[in-house]
Design a protein around this ligand. Structure first.
Ligand code: PLP
Length: 281
C-alpha cells in the first residue's frame, strides 16, 4: 500500500533516518483516525487536536490542516481502505543529534499510512477484562506525543494477564487507560476524568459525552478513585476504532454483575449509529 510522505503519496518503503527526532527523542506528535465504510470518522476533530499538540510542543505544522486532511482522504482512497485506521505522525525533523530543537531551516517530517482493521464488535458486545497499573507517565498526557513507552509497558502487562486494557491510576485517582479513556457509571450518571494535563482528551470520549447528554444521561467530568471504580455499576473504555469496550472485571474484582451495563450498551449503539450506513440509503 501507499503512504503519505511529506505531502507526496508514494510506495511504502524504508524511510527511517537515524537522525529523525521521532526516532531518537520521540520528538513528534501523532493521530490515529478510524475509517468506517471508506470514510474517516471525525477527521476535523482529529486535525484540531493535531494542531493543539503541535502548538503545545512548539512544532510548526508543515502545512495547514485543511491540506493534511485532503491528503489523508486521498490516501484512504488510493489504498482502497474500507475498514481500518489512518496513522499519521509529524516529527520535528531530521537534524544532527542535539537535545535542543533544530533551527527553522529544518522542516518537520510527516508520514501517514493506512491499515486494514476489523471492528471489534465481538468485544464491544461481550465485554472484556482490564488490569490496574500505576500511571508512571509525565505530566503532559494531554499532548498526543510519540513518547509511549509507559503506555506500551502498561498495555503489555494487560495483555500478559489476558486483559484488553490497563487502567491507570495516579495515587488513588483513576486517570485513563494505556490507550483509551475510562468511564464509570454510578447511580445512572456517567463519570470520566476531566480533560486536564493528566489525560488525553479522546475524540471518542468527547463524542460519547455528547451522545450521553443527548440520551438524557447525566455526565460528570470529575475524578474518581480506584475504590469507586471497583464499586461502580458499569465501567467501559473508549478509543478510536475500539469505540466502546465494556469492562466486566478489573484485576480480580467483578464489576457489578459481570455483564455489560445498560448505559454502556446504549452508548455502544449510539456510537455505532455514527458510522453505520442507513440500509434505506
Ligand atoms: N488515552 C490515550 C492514552 C490514548 O492513547 C488514546 C488513543 O487512542 C485515547 C485516550 C483515546 O483517544 P481517541 O478517542 O481520540 O482515540
Amino acid at each position: 500500500s501507499k503512504i503519505l510522505f511529506n505531502n507526496e503519496i508514494i510506495e511504502r518503503n524504508n524511510i527511517v533516518d537515524i537522525e529523525d527526532r521521532a526516532y531518537q527523542f520521540g520528538d513528534g506528535i501523532y493521530e490515529v483516525i478510524g475509517v468506517y465504510n471508506g470514510t474517516p470518522l471525525m477527521l476535523d476533530e482529529h486535525m484540531e487536536r493535531l494542531k493543539r499538540s503541535a502548538r503545545e510542543i512548539r512544532l510548526n505544522l508543515p502545512e495547514p490542516t485543511a491540506n493534511l486532511k485532503r491528503r489523508l482522504e486521498e490516501l484512504v482512497s488510493v489504498n482502497d481502505l474500507e475498514e481500518g485506521i489512518i496513522y499519521m505522525q509529524i516529527s520535528r525533523g531530521i537534524a544532527s543529534r542535539e537535545h535542543y530543537f533544530p533551527g527553522d531551516d529544518v522542516p518537520p517530517v510527516t508520514v501517514a499510512y493506512t491499515r486494514e482493521e476489523d471492528r471489534m464488535t465481538d468485544v464491544e458486545d461481550q465485554g472484556a477484562k482490564a488490569v490496574l497499573a500505576d500511571d508512571i507517565r509525565w505530566l503532559r498526557c494531554d499532548i498526543k506525543t510519540l513518547n509511549l513507552l509507559p503506555n506500551a509497558m502498561a498495555k503489555q502487562e494487560a495483555v500478559e494477564n489476558g486483559a484488553v486494557e490497563a487502567i491507570l491510576h495516579r495515587g488513588n485517582t483513576v486517570t485513563e487507560a494505556s490507550a483509551s479513556n475510562v468511564f464509570m457509571v454510578k447511580d445512572g450518571a456517567l463519570y470520566t476524568h476531566p480533560a486536564d494535563n493528566y489525560i488525553l482528551n479522546g475524540i471518542t470520549r468527547k463524542k460519547l459525552l455528547q451522545l450521553a447528554s443527548e440520551l438524557g444521561i447525566k455526565t460528570h467530568e470529575e475524578t474518581f478513585t480506584v475504590d469507586e471504580l471497583l464499586a461502580a455499576d458499569e465501567v467501559f473504555v473508549s478509543a478510536t476504532k475500539l469505540d466502546v469496550i465494556p469492562i466486566l472485571k478489573v484485576d480480580d474484582h467483578t464489576i457489578d454483575n459481570g455483564l455489560p451495563g445498560n448505559i454502556t450498551q446504549k452508548l455502544v449503539k449510539a456510537f455505532r449509529s455514527l458510522y453505520e450506513q442507513d440500509p434505506e440509503s
